[in-house]
Design a binder for this molecule. Structure first.
Ligand code: 5MM
Length: 355
């Protein structure tokens, strides 16, 4: 195994004050996001959107790596340059989603198993040749009255272990993403229990399958109440409960934890990350972000499929990236948030005047 190179690669992704852009929506998911804003979804419009994110000037001050989808990693920017090279030119490490999605788990209604192991070794070899240096695989765990089942937890944890071992064999840093969904009316306590069970199963598999913990990153959900739970949790409660859960279940050898946002609003996801990093308890890992929606929502709503809005959309993305980068070292402030919003409003105004 490539232990040293994996450890160096993982550490680079959680360099101080930086996090990861998750831009690995499948064509189907991105089409749904586009449709909500009446944006036409074609390979070209999806390319235009990814290009504006990947070429946002100065993004590498806040963003260490970007996760792509298979379609994107093969696409060319309008300049004719490969999108993957556009990222490298910016100093951003290219990553790739390698799972093929969460599919119904046979015999277990309402639960899913993430697929994509068949042929994975060969796909990883090709992705590495194209330029990918890290990968991502997302397992999805749903909370319900009788969910998740032990079988669903174990099957998904086993697949995450097999994926991570194959990545490391090919000198690709695996991001291990066991997502416990926010959907439902469950309490924060229940999310804590289920997240803990899942993390324990995942690390058991990673040990058994010989995965080097130093050469991987964990991408978990934060511990939050379900979005229909009547009792909301304060930012401090989420931060304390999340850190407690992670301290119980994530070995100190893991270099970094990069949260998913999971449907939290962008500002709330930033506030939670900041609060976790501000907690006085000692933390053995870097704690940062690998957000999709929480980094992109404002940028997409600003772009609206119109390339004349590119600069304003890039500004919206850079603003969120900057706020999250500050939160990854516990230095996010309201002033920083307002400063960014003023910048975006200003950009919008001048774009309209130009029109
Ligand atoms: C970017 O979205 C990823 C999932 O895409 P598909 O549903 O099309 O497979 C997702 O795995 C994402 O990387 C993580 O969930 C983080 O995104 P959020 O929006 O939760 O921060």
């Amino acid at each position: 195994m490539h232990l040293q190179s994996l450890a160096t690669g993982a550490a680079a992704l959680v360099e101080d004050g930086k996090g990861i852009l998750a831009a690995d929506e499948t064509a189907g998911t991105l089409t749904k996001r586009f449709e909500q804003l009446k944006i036409t979804s074609t390979p070209e419009t999806r390319r235009d959107y990814r290009e504006l994110l990947f070429t946002a000037p100065g993004a590498s001050k806040f963003i260490s790596g970007a996760i792509m989808y298979d379609e994107t990693i093969h696409q060319l920017a309008t300049s004719g340059k490969k999108l993957v090279d556009a990222l490298c030119d910016q100093g951003i490490i290219p990553g790739i989603k390698v799972d093929t999605g969460a599919k119904p788990l046979a015999g277990f209604q309402e639960e899913t198993i993430t697929e994509g192991l068949d042929g994975l070794r060969e796909r990883l070899q090709r992705y590495r040749e194209i330029g990918a240096r890290f990968a991502k695989w997302r397992a999805v765990i749903r909370i319900g009255d009788h969910l998740p089942s032990e079988h669903c937890i174990n099957a998904n944890a086993h697949a995450l272990g097999r994926y991570a071992a194959l990545c490391q064999e090919q000198d690709i840093v695996p991001i291990v993403e066991p997502e416990v969904l926010m959907d439902g009316a469950h309490t924060i306590e229940r999310c804590n229990t289920v997240t803990g069970r899942m993390l324990q199963a995942v690390f058991n598999e990673l040990y058994q399958q010989g995965v080097s913990l130093e050469g991987m990153l964990l991408k978990p959900n934060m511990v939050v109440p379900g979005n229909n739970c009547p009792r909301k949790a304060s930012v401090t409660e989420v931060a304390e409960t999340t850190l407690e859960c992670l301290l119980r279940h994530v070995p100190a050898a893991v270099p970094g934890i990069v949260f998913l946002s999971g449907g939290q609003s962008d500002v709330v996801a930033t506030a939670h990350l900041d609060a976790i990093n501000k907690l006085a308890r000692s933390k053995p890992w870097k704690i940062s972000f690998s957000y999709g929606r929480a980094l992109q929502d404002m940028a997409l709503a600003t772009w609206l499929g119109n390339n004349q809005n590119c600069n304003a959309a890039q500004q919206a993305y850079l603003n969120r990236a900057k706020c999250n980068a500050a939160a990854s070292v516990g230095k996010y402030t309201e002033a920083l948030e307002k400063e960014g919003s003023r910048g975006i409003a200003g950009t919008h105004r001048s774009e309209r005047e130009d029109d």
